[in-house]
Ligand binder design. Structure first.
Ligand code: ARG
Length: 308
């Protein structure tokens, strides 16, 4: 790939929205009194998949469980890692914060296994039937680390486990904004040096840390983030987005990206857009994520300690 873009993000899993409803509210966008129109939702999703495929992506489709209305947000099925120098393809299944989404793994596990992934889980049951939450929408390979948001969904105690499990450096960012409950609503890697970032999603040390992490940053404010513009997918020099506020579009175009807009209004009713609806399967440890044997966890608070 020449020009801007990422090495990964050319192969996705997505879940066809055949049982997509708003049965409960686990984020501020969801309102059971405002149901998506089933045919329009399916049509918007079909256009999204066709658009990604036309741009060169491979999109594999899972069927939705009838008892899991949020399963359409495939990003959260698990953290998939493609085959490479670190070994064969594998996935760390999400451990959903809310019981309402915990049946999704009953479909995700077998699907990943059938598609050549070794299916894994974070260790540590912590005295209950469900260990500390980890939702894959909170995790992105960027720079020298797996950047992981925690707070609303992923629990801080998962971060060290993840670092160990993946032999990776994990950089935690504490999310405090209720509307940006997953990292993928506030952080969008564009290429090796650039990302869209909404600092308002984080507490002060984490906002400073994320701005530090990204050499060239496209900062968006809270109102811009609420358009889901950070919940976008990058394919080479093309960024597939649900909205492009003027300042965001201008900066992207200045950097050489082409913006393709999608109408995903029905899918937004559950609180997610293009990124949430797709799960990248081709992030390769050793290529996109440096190998750090034994793992390493870095939290903004640790870095703030004055030098001895
Ligand atoms: N209703 C889903 C939830 O609250 C939306 C998930 C959005 N996905 C994402 N990767 N941010 O869990």
């Amino acid at each position: 790939m020449t020009g801007p873009g990422l090495a990964w993000g050319w192969h996705y899993a997505a879940v066809r929205p055949t049982h997509y409803r708003i049965d409960y509210a686990i984020n501020p966008f969801m309102n059971p009194a405002d149901q998506p129109h089933p045919d329009r939702a399916l049509e918007q999703w079909e256009v999204m998949v066709a658009t990604l495929r036309a741009l060169g992506a491979r999109v594999d489709v899972l069927e939705q469980r009838a008892d899991s209305p949020d399963m359409v947000y495939a990003m959260n099925l698990g953290l998939a890692l493609g085959a490479g120098p670190a070994g064969p393809a594998r996935t760390v299944l999400s451990r959903m914060r809310y019981a309402e989404r915990r049946r999704e793994r009953l479909a995700a596990g077998p699907w990943f296994a059938d598609n050549g992934f070794t299916v894994g889980d974070l260790p540590g049951v912590l005295g209950e039937d469900h260990g500390p939450a980890f939702e894959a929408g909170d995790a992105f390979a960027f720079g020298d680390a797996l950047v992981v948001g925690y707070g609303p969904r992923t629990e801080e105690s998962s971060l060290g486990l993840l670092a160990e499990e993946l032999d990776a450096r994990v950089r935690g960012l504490r999310i405090t904004h209720p509307g940006m409950y997953h990292l993928d609503l506030a952080f969008c890697p564009l290429d090796e040096r650039r990302a869209i970032v909404c600092p308002d999603a984080f507490d002060a040390p984490s906002a400073a840390a994320v701005l530090d992490l990204v050499p060239e940053v496209l900062v968006i404010d809270e109102a811009e983030a609420m358009t889901f513009c950070a919940n976008s997918v990058v394919l080479g020099d093309t960024i597939v987005m649900p909205a492009a506020p003027p300042k965001v579009r201008a900066q992207l175009e200045e950097w050489g990206f082409r913006v393709v807009l999608l109408d995903l209004g029905e899918l937004h009713k559950g609180g997610g857009s293009v990124r949430c609806l797709t799960n990248p399967l081709d992030v390769v440890p050793g290529r996109d994520l440096p190998l750090v044997p034994g793992g390493e966890l870095l939290l903004p608070a640790d870095e703030e300690q004055p030098a001895a």
